[in-house]
Design a protein around this ligand. Structure first.
Ligand code: GLY
Length: 374
């Protein structure tokens, strides 16, 4: 476990405490000094991390936890876990079989952060690679860059030895796209505001009819872990918003939005409406809140309130002015404490946790009562 003390307290408890304190500069906000002790290892993720097995025996968080506790690098373990979800054709919000963009092409986003190494990498709008998280890790390990996008990301993946496929649709994702096209194409000549509202109506209908999992309309798995040495890493990977405008990049590959890790403080990641998360950089905000001593739950609720306060456009509000979308946070601190939060507790929204006691799925705590749609 890590004890967190302020610089002032640290100095005062030292042997030269009083003298040093007299000479110490005044800090408007005392920076933290972290002393690491051992931590109980834990892996957390969005609920799909404890659902999909891609035909194997274990879920993503079980795989990550077992690799991590057997000595693998924490990030290697987490990425092996999310690879199960990326490769599972039944998961329509991540990797292979993820719902495609408006042109029927699957474009994937991912990033990863390594706490101890203070390194990160990401790819956005990459096509043809089932496991964008592994490409993101290559960006981190093999380049000086943090983000490679589009055709460049695909060429980079090819150069790194990844198989590039023509089409990452499954029969299921293709059928859902064709159905979306069938329902929305007649609407393309409406004025832009009416058209947007009409498309949104179709998308809600399709969620209600079971074409799309409402919790994963925006796609994504986020997975974060800490080992017994207190080493923290995280990864987020997604096919993004279903039927997005080609080239649209969400929050998932953006450091500070879909994921942020500080090896001394903790990790935060998100699923749900990426645009809200991009606007507010909530993963970074959550980690900074924890740096100031907030518990993961309080740190996340504060960020959730920021999103609510900044959602001022009517098209994004319910009749009572609250947001008309959901967004979720998965938060882990350097003591191994964690939280899973949602704007609304709808559709059994939950998060996945794996410890030495096994894997479980726990309801997310909501900021607001009711549902995103009335
Ligand atoms: N949160 C995933 C996305 O909006 O793309």
């Amino acid at each position: 476990m890590a004890d967190k003390v302020t610089r002032r307290k640290f100095v005062l408890t030292g042997t030269a405490g009083l003298a040093a304190a007299a000479a110490a500069p005044t800090f408007a906000q005392a920076p933290t000094v972290i002393m690491k002790k051992s931590v109980k290892p834990v892996v957390i993720a969005s609920a799909n991390g404890n659902k999909f097995k891609n035909g194997g025996q274990v879920t993503g968080i079980e795989k990550a936890f077992s690799m991590m506790t057997q000595g693998s690098d924490v990030l290697d373990a987490l990425i092996a876990g999310v690879n199960i979800v990326e490769l599972d054709p039944e998961e329509t919000s991540v990797g292979y079989g993820g719902l495609p963009n408006a042109d029927g092409i699957v474009q994937l986003d991912s990033c990863c952060m390594h706490g101890p190494r203070k390194r990160a990498g990401g790819v956005a709008a990459i096509e043809g690679v089932r496991t964008p998280s592994l490409v993101a890790q290559k960006v981190m390990d093999e380049t000086d860059h943090h983000l490679i996008v589009g055709k460049g990301a695909q060429e980079f993946a090819r150069a790194m030895g990844f198989k590039i496929e023509d089409d990452l649709n499954t029969d299921r994702s293709r059928k859902a796209w064709i159905e979306w096209k069938r329902r929305t194409d007649p609407l393309h000549y409406l004025d832009p505001i009416k058209r947007q509202a009409a498309i949104r109506r179709v998308e809600f209908e399709m969620m209600e009819e079971g074409w799309v999992d409402p919790n994963h309309f925006y796609g994504t798995i986020n997975c974060d872990g800490i080992n017994a040495k207190g080493e923290i890493c995280g990864v987020t990977t997604t096919s993004g918003l279903a039927w997005k405008i080609p080239g649209r990049v969400g929050d998932s590959p953006i450091l500070g939005a879909g994921l942020y890790v500080d090896g001394e403080v903790g990790a935060a990641g998100s699923t749900g409406r990426g645009e809200a998360n991009l606007y507010n950089l909530t993963s970074f905000l959550i980690v900074e809140n924890m740096r100031r001593g907030m518990h993961p739950k309080d740190a996340g609720m504060d960020a959730m309130k920021r999103i609510k306060a900044n959602t001022v456009e009517k098209r994004l509000q319910r009749a009572d002015s609250n947001p008309n979308f959901n967004i979720n946070f998965y938060i882990l601190n350097a003591q191994g404490q964690h939280a899973g939060l949602a704007m609304y507790a709808e559709n059994d929204v939950s998060y996945a946790v794996c410890t030495e006691n096994g894997a479980q799925t726990i309801p997310c705590e909501p900021l607001l009562a009711g549902k995103s749609t009335e």
